[in-house]
Design a protein around this ligand. Structure first.
Ligand SMILES: Nc1ncnc2c1ncn2[C@@H]1O[C@H](COP(=O)(O)OP(=O)(O)OP(=O)(O)O)[C@@H](O)[C@H]1O
Ligand SMILES: [Mg+2]
Length: 590
């Protein structure tokens, strides 16, 4: 018995982050543990009653009234056990559910704070597995694990105490199989926990594979690659099944072996205890009570392996979750002095370089650039030249490896993150919408947005008529459970989502690419009109878009190579004119 808490103490530290949640539900936990102990105490009384009955029978003292008294005692004990057991189950299982809920909330809110680099290197399937399987395993450890531990220790120690009281020699004999049980339990729980880790990993691979298969279902279908995708999922599924079968085999072996060992103890007691009773060293009642206690001991001895297993699973899961909780967001906030406001929106890049983790060549190097307030600036350049990376630096989705970025003279790192981002509208290259109503996708949880503002933004993005044409209008649900919009409609909705706040700085990362040139022109006219005096940065591959801006910034291989007005750049023998030669020609034809 003593040895089981050894690995538990070792793993206990892993669970430290849970201490606040435990404190939160301390009354529930205390009530649960109290009732659990009451159940254990009552269970220990049953062999006492049996002993009395048997002894009274052997000495022929058993009057009907005495027997009735014992029967009543057993009935009352059983009733009390039932009541206390009900209460502890409700309390402790409730406690573990509460811990689960709080931990999941903490994990989610922490994940949201992590920087983009974390999401670039972490598979969504892994995050899903953490928040489902791992949290489940922790709940099991905090609930049934805790119960079995308390149960095992109290019943185990008390039963052995009673047994020693009856006969120390018989106790020593009956516990001969105990060391074997401990050794087998330790070996097997280690094996089980390793198997469990592998199962978890294969499950996360399978989840990711299925998620990808459906996220990309359109591509899969159009390339008629269903079989290929199915093979991949089948392979991951087979891996998952095999690892589970391996784990089941280990478990299947474990419990029968445990039963054999505990029954060896029973055989020893029957033989030697029987002899002690015949010799009159112990009473027949003691003999029966002894078997009763040994029986009670079976569960703690069996549970030992299970508890260790539960705690090891929980600890492995907790370790994985701790890794995430210990992950520090790379984008951090300093302490703020003064009241930095973003009033004008002049963006200055000073000697900025950026290198993606695990990359050898920088995505941006030595960028010196001033985007004046009130200007509409286009960023042009070949694919992969660093345009999106440059834009991501402005709202601090990433931080520069070298150099700094300031807005209105304040380093962006000295502006509270939420204020910085609230003042920057960002329309991403990929339109992202949520499974919610069109209205909620535009308002996006922000308060104080009037109907007029929403409608103005929708008109500006040329999506108002499309929405009014839908049966439920603004209340139309998008996504899997609702209406699917076209790529261009999605892009226009994301434009409306950013326009609704009319922020001092608006960033549009190639977000008009799926919109026809005529509509694009209308939208741009509207945006430029609405944003007079405010800073707008637009990335585009289209000359028609670029031509409307005050300044064009040309990028190549992570550097700014040319800046100036579109007409001047075209007149010069510039990289820009070479890059857009074809488009210029086709524009001339039009
Ligand atoms: N998350 C990332 N991790 C590692 N490297 C990246 C990441 N995102 C971009 N890169 C690399 O950085 C470089 C610049 O990419 P970026 O997305 O900024 O280009 P871009 O000019 O926006 O291209 P496009 O016109 O295709 O949108 C590329 O070489 C790209 O491979
Ligand atoms: Mg890009």
């Amino acid at each position: 018995m003593e040895k089981i808490d050894f690995p538990l103490v070792k793993t206990a530290k892993v669970f430290l982050p849970l201490k606040n949640y435990v404190a939160d539900s301390r009354y529930r936990l205390a009530a649960g543990l109290f009732c659990l102990l009451a159940v254990n105490l009552l269970q220990l009384l049953i062999p006492v009653v049996l002993k009395r009955v048997v002894d009274d029978l052997s000495y022929r003292n058993a009057m009907p009234s005495v027997l009735l008294k014992y029967s009543m005692a057993i009935l009352i004990i059983s009733l009390l056990i039932a009541i206390f057991r009900y209460v502890w189950r409700v309390c402790i299982l409730g406690f573990s559910r509460k811990v689960e809920e709080l931990l999941r909330n903490r994990l989610f809110s922490h994940l949201q704070k992590l920087s983009m680099s974390f999401f670039n290197r972490t598979k969504t399937g892994d995050i899903m597995a953490r928040s489902i399987n791992d949290i489940n395993a922790i709940r099991m450890a905090a609930g049934m694990g805790l119960v079995s531990l308390v149960d095992g220790l109290t019943i185990g120690i008390a039963a052995i105490g009673f047994m020693v009281y009856i006969s120390p020699e018989l106790t020593a004999l009956s516990l001969i199989p105990a060391p074997f049980i401990i050794v087998v339990a330790r070996v097997y729980t280690k094996r089980m926990s390793k198997g469990y880790d592998t199962v978890q990993k294969t499950f996360s691979d399978l989840t990711e594979c299925v998620r990808e298969a459906f996220a990309g279902i359109r591509v899969v279908k159009s390339f008629v690659r269903e079989d290929w995708t199915f093979e991949k999922v089948k392979k991951e599924g087979a891996n998952y099944a095999n690892e589970n079968i391996k784990l089941a085999r280990t478990l299947a072996f474990f419990f029968p072996v445990m039963t054999i060992f505990t029954n060896i103890g029973l055989a020893i007691v029957l033989f030697f205890g029987g002899r002690l009773a015949i010799l009159g060293d112990i009473s027949t009642g003691d003999f029966v009570a002894f078997i009763g206690y040994l029986n009670l001991l079976t569960w703690p001895m069996m549970a030992m392996g299970w508890v260790t297993n539960l705690f090891q699973r929980g600890a492995a899961s907790m370790r994985r979750i701790n890794l995430i909780l210990d992950e520090v967001p790379e984008i951090t906030e300093k302490s703020f002095q003064g009241d930095q406001r973003i009033a004008k929106g002049t963006i200055t890049f000073s000697n900025v370089s950026f290198i993606y983790p695990e990359k050898t060549t920088p995505a941006l190097h030595h960028i010196n650039l001033v985007i004046n307030s009130g200007e509409t600036v286009s960023i042009a350049g070949m694919v992969g030249s660093g345009k999106s990376t440059l834009l991501h630096l402005i709202p601090r989705l990433i931080d520069p490896s070298k150099g700094s970025i300031s807005i209105d003279g304040n380093d962006t790192c000295s502006i509270p993150l939420s204020r910085l981002r609230e003042n920057i509208g960002f329309i991403t290259q990929e339109p992202v919408l949520f499974s919610d109503t069109i209205k909620n996708n535009i308002v996006f949880g922000r308060v104080d947005i009037s109907e007029e503002k929403i409608n103005a933004a929708l008109r500006c993005a040329r999506i108002f008529d499309d929405i009014m044409g839908l049966e439920s209008g603004m209340d139309t649900i998008l996504g899997e459970k609702g209406v699917t919009l076209s790529g261009g409609q999605k892009q226009r909705l994301t434009i409306a989502r950013a326009m609704v706040l009319d922020p001092p700085i608006l960033i549009i990362d190639d977000a008009l690419s799926m919109i026809d040139t005529r509509t694009e022109e209308e939208i741009l006219n509207e945006i430029i009109n609405m944003r007079r005096g405010k800073t707008t940065v637009i990335v585009s591959h289209r000359l028609s878009t670029i031509s409307r801006s005050d300044v064009v910034v040309v990028m190549k291989d992570g550097a700014v190579i040319e800046t100036g007005h579109y007409k001047r750049l075209l007149a010069d023998d510039s990289e820009f004119s070479r890059l857009y030669k074809k488009q210029i020609m086709s524009q001339d034809i039009e």
